[in-house]
Design a protein around this ligand. Structure first.
Ligand SMILES: C[S@@+](CC[C@H](N)C(=O)[O-])C[C@H]1O[C@@H](n2cnc3c(N)ncnc32)[C@H](O)[C@@H]1O
Length: 241
């Protein structure tokens, strides 16, 4: 592990142990407690899940969890969302696909109704699904054109009443947007990609996402989900027209 990565992990751990002591940890339900136990390794991976609960609108995604059928989490990372969905709804079959082999290994916690595979979501065969999640992934793809390619592909993979749920980054509020950009261009490469800076982050404004999705014949319902969170999140609930 590089010195920079070790130093960043140290700073993040110190910051959040103070922060959570002073302000309290994010509140979590019994199903999330069960999910977090899978990550109780005593190292940074464990701390990172709590930070993720603090910084990402996972609780707001619960209303999109289907009770049965197939869910695909594209760019599933270390599988927190996918494992949480699977634990919350035992009748659902959850597939996670991620390009990063190490993160896929971290995701494989042995939850019965999950399958995690390593693959490029731009090339991999995406299973037919009732619900597809794309959480903090589209802006990490190599170009805006590849975002469109993936969204077109997803349209063919969703069952007729299927839903695509996207979490992306809006350009407002501006301070949250700048903070998100710093995390995506500096912290993410150091922590997960083996680099120190990645300028190739392809955000689109909320209205631009709505236009793009409408052109692809998705009906979109957008929620601003940045209240009490550091990132300028939006959630796009997309149904087939
Ligand atoms: C910011 S992380 C988000 C992870 C997870 N969705 C979450 O919310 O915790 C972005 C993830 O997308 C994955 N990713 C980026 N490009 C990808 C691609 N072309 N195919 C598959 N996964 C990809 C990365 O490896 C990383 O795990």
């Amino acid at each position: 592990m590089s010195i920079i990565k070790t130093f960043l992990i140290f700073c993040v751990r110190v910051f959040f142990s103070v922060y959570f002591t002073v302000f309290g940890k994010p509140s979590i339900n019994a199903r999330m407690k069960r999910t977090l136990k899978l990550y109780a390794t005593g190292d940074f991976a464990e701390d990172f899940q709590l930070i993720r609960l603090w910084d990402a609108p996972l609780s707001q995604l619960e209303k999109y969890f289907p009770r049965s059928g197939v869910v695909v989490d594209l760019g599933s990372g270390d599988g927190l969302l996918a494992n949480y969905i699977a634990i919350s709804n035992p009748k659902v079959r959850v597939y996670g696909i991620d390009i990063n082999r190490d993160r896929v290994k971290e995701a494989q916690k042995g939850v019965r109704n999950t399958t995690f595979v390593t693959g490029d979501i731009l090339d991999s065969k995406i299973p037919k699904a009732d619900t597809i999640f794309l959480v903090h992934v589209l802006h990490h793809l190599p170009s805006k054109a590849s975002q469109l390619k993936l969204l077109k592909d997803i349209r063919t993979k969703l069952k007729p009443k299927g839903k695509l749920i996207i979490v992306e980054i809006n350009n407002a509020p501006i301070f949250k947007y700048i903070f998100t950009w710093l995390i995506d261009t500096i912290a993410v490469p150091i922590l997960f990609e083996g680099g120190i800076f990645n300028s190739k982050i392809f955000y689109r404004k909320a209205l631009e996402w709505e236009k793009v999705l409408s052109k692809l014949k998705f009906q979109t319902n957008m929620t601003h989900a940045h209240q009490s969170m550091p990132f300028s999140h939006i959630i796009l609930e997309c149904s087939m027209n």
